[in-house]
Design a binder for this molecule. Structure first.
Ligand code: CA
Length: 282
């Protein structure tokens, strides 16, 4: 028996999960995320422009590893801590996109950690899924009152956990990711000033970035050169209209030639002769 199957075997007994999924039996190291998952999460990854980060707070190591293995396999980037205090330190270093929080933790309880996370500005809106062995309705209501978004009850199935993680992240994206502009697999983060296509980071010059931002603000709509001039260069600039064409060409090149080895990807930018440019999914 490999160390991996031993760990997961223990976890599966402890969490009452039953038969291991076929994928969990292969000997891939726990920390290696799957490269190209065909699950719904592939869509999530490209929408975020990077793998969503999940902080797992669970003192039972076997269960923590099982959750980590499962989420990593689905393309999430996971960090595991065993105590509430460590969780508070971890979020100070990097704010996760979602937290899976065990209720029964040593020292400080999960519910108290949940309360403290909600009291902090940077983690106020991070979705928290509580994991609990407590089945009382009163306990769950208390969980929600302290700011948990959802809960799973031990023993839980991995499919249930996956579904809850996906749903929680989907809700966050809608409410808290207003600075993310998305067209197809193209994602522009107006806060981090980054652009990615298919989850791969692109490097744009400042003018190309502003140009892309203007186009992505109203996808499908044709913007005239004059409109782009005023949005990107400012109303009183004396830049000529054909400068727009030059920068659109550069932007196209940056967006479409990321594949390496001379591969050219489908074009997002549509040229409408005599009218201007628009961006739409190719
Ligand atoms: Ca526990």
């Amino acid at each position: 028996m490999t160390p991996l199957s031993r760990t997961l075997g223990t976890a599966s007994r402890t969490a009452g999960i039953g038969a291991l999924p076929a994928a969990a039996r292969d000997a891939r190291p726990l920390s290696t995320p799957a490269k190209a998952s065909s699950s719904a999460n592939a869509d999530d990854r490209s929408r975020w422009g990077r793998p969503p980060r999940v902080l797992i707070v669970e003192d039972e190591q076997a269960i923590a590893e099982l959750i980590r293995y499962n989420l990593s396999k689905n393309g999430y980037s996971c960090e595991v801590v065993g105590e509430g205090d460590e969780a508070l330190l971890a979020v100070e270093e990097q704010v996760p996109d979602l937290i899976i929080l065990d209720w029964m933790l040593p020292e400080v309880s999960g519910i108290e950690i949940c309360r403290r996370l909600r009291a902090r500005a940077e983690t106020r809106s991070v979705p928290i899924i509580m994991v609990t062995a407590r089945g009382e309705e009163a306990d769950m209501l208390r969980g929600f009152k302290e700011g948990a978004d959802d809960y799973v009850r031990k023993p839980f199935s991995l499919n249930e956990l996956n579904a809850r993680v996906d749903a929680a992240l989907r809700r966050t994206r809608v409410t808290h990711q207003a600075h993310l502009l998305e067209v197809g697999d193209l994602v522009l983060d107006a806060e981090a000033l980054t652009v990615s296509r298919g989850g791969q980071r692109l490097h744009l010059a400042p003018t190309e970035f502003r140009l892309l931002h203007a186009l992505m603000t109203s996808p499908g709509r044709v913007l005239s050169r004059d409109s782009l001039l005023s949005q990107v260069w400012g109303l009183d600039s004396d830049v000529e209209a054909r400068t727009v064409d030059v920068h659109v060409r550069r932007l196209r090149k940056a967006l479409n030639s990321q594949g390496g080895a001379g591969e050219v990807l489908p074009d997002y930018i549509r040229t409408v002769r005599g009218a201007g440019y628009s961006i739409e999914q190719p």
